[in-house]
Design a protein around this ligand. Structure first.
Ligand code: PMP
Length: 448
């Protein structure tokens, strides 16, 4: 069967995420017939290597037998029940395991059903904590330049990517924006740690000025992903923890994209040896199977809400699908896969292959800033390598790379002109080399 009947039906009724629909059908829409491991397959038998883990959610490949089986098993018991007044073993086991795996001191799990919801939960919980402990004047948040935390109104308010945010400004609350620790922005002669120190000085100024009204700082530890795969030194996260302690504000670590081994450790915060007050997980939590997110927090936060009902201190936040049993079962199976192999070590090997393969692009006249943190590697297309001058956005060079990739068995979905690899952990070395070859040819064509 050709792809076209489904594409025609789709374009009559669907509105796709993060898409200018006018681009279709000139940019092909690919109906997926099946997916297995790192490969997606369409109805015409063409394959696409999922080099971006289907928006960073997939860890161990599509249609993983153990996760399939776990979801099936749960399905034979029940699919979903409300989590207020009722509970179930998958949610309890998952919470126990997350508490055991997370930095010590994160003892409570509050579930949401997508990453943005987890961000909303943390923002509301932090503000409500301060209210419950007699500091209701704390109503503000600090974020980091180029951050991305999701699309809902609160998450967008603490994000700093104009493309996604600008049209909605009248809806959003103001957050203070601290300088980005993105190592590419360092002055000549500085290293990443020194640049992190510079960014921390900017953060300190904001916190000093607003010490009495800020609830929390929110950060994407080690890699600011949707903002352009901007990477920073762990010293920044360590310093940020110290600043939050100094000024008595919460630290929210949004590990929705970078958690579960992406950066070379199970959680990115481990590389800074810190414990945030809120740790947000999503995406890979279910191995890329089902929507689920979680906000982990401390006893201190939990206890500030624990009081007689009449005090009005309860956290009355809910989502219909909170703690969905099928999603929890998928998450438990994902953690079981982690427990059965040394994925952090095998990822080190794969990451080295990624680095080595991308090294071939180092001298390309239109490639700049090849960078890598664990299983995330990125580079930028530039008009002028010497000055770092970007291409005009309207030229959509990244889109040309995407289209070339589709024609050559690779799903590369650049962020503007930033190309990156964030593959499932079951990718093979030869597949990494192949996808980088496709990327290189795509760059040649897109910049010719
Ligand atoms: N935080 C970060 C760091 C993210 O990368 C994303 C999604 N790309 C989100 C939050 C939002 O997650 P979701 O798309 O599941 O709402």
């Amino acid at each position: 069967m050709p792809n076209s009947p489904l594409v025609e039906r789709d374009l009559k009724v669907l509105w796709h995420p993060c898409t200018q629909m006018h681009d279709h059908p000139a940019v092909p829409l690919i109906p997926v017939r099946r997916a297995h491991g790192v490969w997606l397959e369409d109805f015409e038998g063409r394959r696409y290597l999922d080099a971006i883990s289907s928006w960073w959610v997939n860890l161990f490949g599509h249609a993983h037998p153990a996760i399939n089986e776990a979801v099936r098993r749960q399905l034979s018991e029940f699919e979903h029940v409300l989590l207020a007044g009722f509970t179930h073993e998958p949610a309890i086991s998952l919470s126990e395991q997350l508490v055991a795996l997370a930095p010590p001191g994160l003892t409570r799990c509050f579930f949401g059903d997508n990453g943005s919801s987890a961000v909303e939960i943390a923002l509301k919980m932090s503000l409500h904590y301060w209210r419950n402990v007699g500091q209701p004047q704390r109503t503000e948040f600090v974020t980091v330049a180029h951050s991305y935390h999701g699309e809902t109104v609160g998450a967008l308010s603490v994000s700093d990517v104009g493309l996604y945010k600008a049209p909605y400004e009248p809806l959003l609350f103001k957050a203070y924006v601290a300088p980005s620790p993105d190592c590419r922005l360092r002055e000549t002669g500085m290293n990443c740690a020194q640049h992190a120190g510079r960014a921390l000085a900017g953060m300190k100024e904001i916190l000093a000025r607003h010490a009495k009204t800020v609830c929390a700082v929110i950060v994407e530890p080690l890699v600011q992903c949707a903002g352009g795969m901007r990477m920073h030194d762990p010293a920044y996260i360590k310093g940020l923890r110290a600043l939050c302690d100094e000024f008595g504000v919460h630290l929210i670590a949004d590990e929705i994209a970078v958690g579960f081994g992406r950066t070379g450790t199970l959680f990115a915060c481990e590389q800074a040896a810190i414990r945030p007050d809120f740790l947000l997980l999503g995406k890979g939590l279910t191995g890329g199977y089902l929507p689920l997110s979680v906000c982990l927090t401390t006893d201190t936060v939990y206890e500030a809400f624990f009081a007689d009902y009449s005090t009005g201190k309860a956290f009355l936040h809910s989502h219909s699908y909170t703690g969905n049993a099928l999603a929890c079962a998928a998450a438990l199976a994902t953690l079981e896969i982690f427990a059965q192999g040394d994925w952090i070590a095998s990822n080190r090997g794969l990451a080295a292959v990624m680095g080595d393969a991308l090294g071939a692009l180092r001298d390309h006249p239109h490639v700049a800033s090849i960078r890598q943190t664990g299983m995330i590697a990125a580079l930028d297309l530039v008009a002028d390598k010497a000055t770092g001058q970007a291409y005009p956005g309207r030229e959509r060079r990244g889109l040309a790379v995407y289209r070339y990739g589709l024609e050559h068995e690779a799903l590369l979905r650049p962020l503007g002109d930033t190309l990156y690899l964030m593959p499932p952990y079951v990718i093979q070395e030869d597949e990494i080399r192949k996808v980088v070859e496709v990327m290189a040819a795509a760059i040649d064509q897109a910049t010719a």
